[in-house]
Design a protein around this ligand. Structure first.
Ligand code: PLP
Length: 450
């Protein structure tokens, strides 16, 4: 048996894949990715694919950035592990916290690390609860999130997630949360309604839910500046300003889950800067290390940090953290990753190549299978429909999207299907020429399906 066949067999017999139809996987088997090269990945049959999803929306610098390898190696050789419990720490974690505090807008000046985005959002829930207990308002604990939002897979973060498949058969949500309508104008705008009226209707819904629950019971609102894994849904103009104002009015903590939008994805350092709002907490991961190492960071405001510190002074240890919180290798890689993003001016570059991606995807809007093209910065979603007029879907389970996802491989392209929306989120380093390669390969894939 060849090595590749034996790897496939081992995968099928021993490896439970995340976010995968496990029964179907037994039939189709794995694609084993062996190597990375810039914006390309190469499988174990030597086939190369342009990676138009940056892995999982995350590999900003592409798949072969030597400086990140060197940063990791150097840190491994110097101090491969230490922690930050009980007053100990190490230089990479300190420097990265300072760097993120410097980059983050407004008074977001305090940083706590976790290993993954899900852990970060779980941690945020605990921080907010801890804060409200410290402030003597133990009843202010509920969360507001959105349908279609994605915030993670752990029990609490999956509860914030607004996707039925993340809840069904997992007995979730497990924390008090209300999911509001996603700002998804193409699907949820009413006939004859303008986008501005739609935003106003969503703002009214938010007010109504706060009123029903009682503002004294609502702790926080969490949202991705652009809903990504739930279908690439950029916020309509004015949406975030309305949400921000309503949160301020009712003393509700505003949390921007920037796990995908931070570090240049929208052509600004952070997504909240693109939309012009100021969160009280920002959650970061993915492009923070280009996902060369697992790491997430929570950046919190001066006011929230003060409450945490004061309360801890009263009751003792702030009893939360993980063995590998702020891991030295991960934080060293993140520092180098941010240096490179700044040195190569990749935030501005994302704007330029993003315009090219947007033009390319919008150029496919007249294709018979395309219902809606949604783009912002260097990301896009193309929603496929059976009927352009009525916007009827092919199949609510996304069979066509699944077909396109697989067929794209034949064109040397990796995209992702979110039901029948095809997502694009290429590495920040992508060139205009490679954006054209992505668009041409996708157009060819669409024609196969038409
Ligand atoms: N929040 C958002 C917006 C995400 O996109 C993701 C992952 O895709 C998460 C949270 C969860 O992060 P992780 O997969 O690192 O747990």
């Amino acid at each position: 048996m060849s090595l590749s066949n034996s790897l496939v067999q081992q995968d099928l017999s021993s490896h439970i894949h995340p976010f995968t139809n496990l029964a179907r996987h037994k039939e189709v088997g794995p694609t084993v990715i062996e190597k990375g090269d810039g914006v390309y990945v190469i499988d174990n049959n030597g086939r190369s694919y342009i990676e138009a999803m940056s892995g999982l929306w995350s590999v900003a610098l592409g798949f072969s950035e030597d400086r990140l390898v060197k940063a990791a190696t150097q840190q491994m050789e110097t101090l491969p592990y230490y922690h930050s419990f009980t007053h100990k720490t190490h230089a990479p974690a300190i420097k990265l916290a300072a760097k993120l505090a410097e980059l983050a807008p407004g008074d977001l000046n305090h940083v706590h690390f976790t290993n993954s985005g899900s852990e970060a959002n779980d941690t945020v829930i605990k921080l907010v609860w801890y804060m409200n207990n410290a402030l003597g308002r133990p009843q202010k604990k509920k969360f507001l999130a959105r349908q279609q939002g994605y915030h993670g897979s752990t029990i609490a973060s999956a509860s914030l997630t607004g996707l039925p498949r993340s809840h069904r058969d997992f007995d979730l949500p497990a924390i008090p949360v209300r999911h509001l309508t996603a700002p998804y104008f193409y699907r949820f705008g009413l006939s004859g309604e303008t986008e501005a009226e739609f935003v106003e209707r969503l703002a009214q819904e938010l007010e109504t839910v706060i009123d029903e629950e009682g503002p004294e019971t609502i702790a926080a609102f969490i949202g991705e500046p652009v809903i990504a894994a739930g279908g690439v849904i950029p916020a309509p103009e004015g949406y975030w300003q309305r949400v921000e104002a309503i949160c301020r009015q009712h003393d509700i903590v505003l949390i921007a889950d920037e796990i995908i939008t931070a570090f240049g994805r929208l052509g600004t350092m952070f997504g909240c800067q693109y939309y012009g709002f100021q969160p009280d907490i920002m959650v970061l991961s993915k492009q923070l290390t280009s996902s060369y190492q697992p790491l997430a960071a929570i950046v919190i405001s001066d006011a929230i940090s003060e409450v945490l510190t004061e309360n801890s002074g009263r009751i003792g240890s702030f009893a939360h953290g993980f063995t590998t919180t702020g891991h030295p290798v991960a934080t060293a890689v993140a520092l180098e990753n941010l240096n490179i993003i700044e040195e190569r001016q990749l935030v501005d570059h994302a704007k330029v190549v993003g315009a090219r991606l947007q033009a390319g995807l919008n150029g496919l809007a007249s294709h018979p299978l395309v219902g809606d093209v949604r783009t912002v910065g260097l990301m896009g979603g193309v929603e496929l429909v059976a009927d352009k007029e009525t916007r009827r879907m092919f199949d609510p389970r996304g069979a066509l999207g699944g077909y396109i996802f697989r067929q794209a491989h034949e064109h040397g392209l990796i995209v992702r299907n979110i039901y029948d929306t095809i997502a694009f989120c290429p590495p920040l380093i992508i060139s205009e020429k490679h954006v054209s390669t992505v668009i041409d390969a996708f157009a060819g894939t669409l024609d196969d399906a038409a």
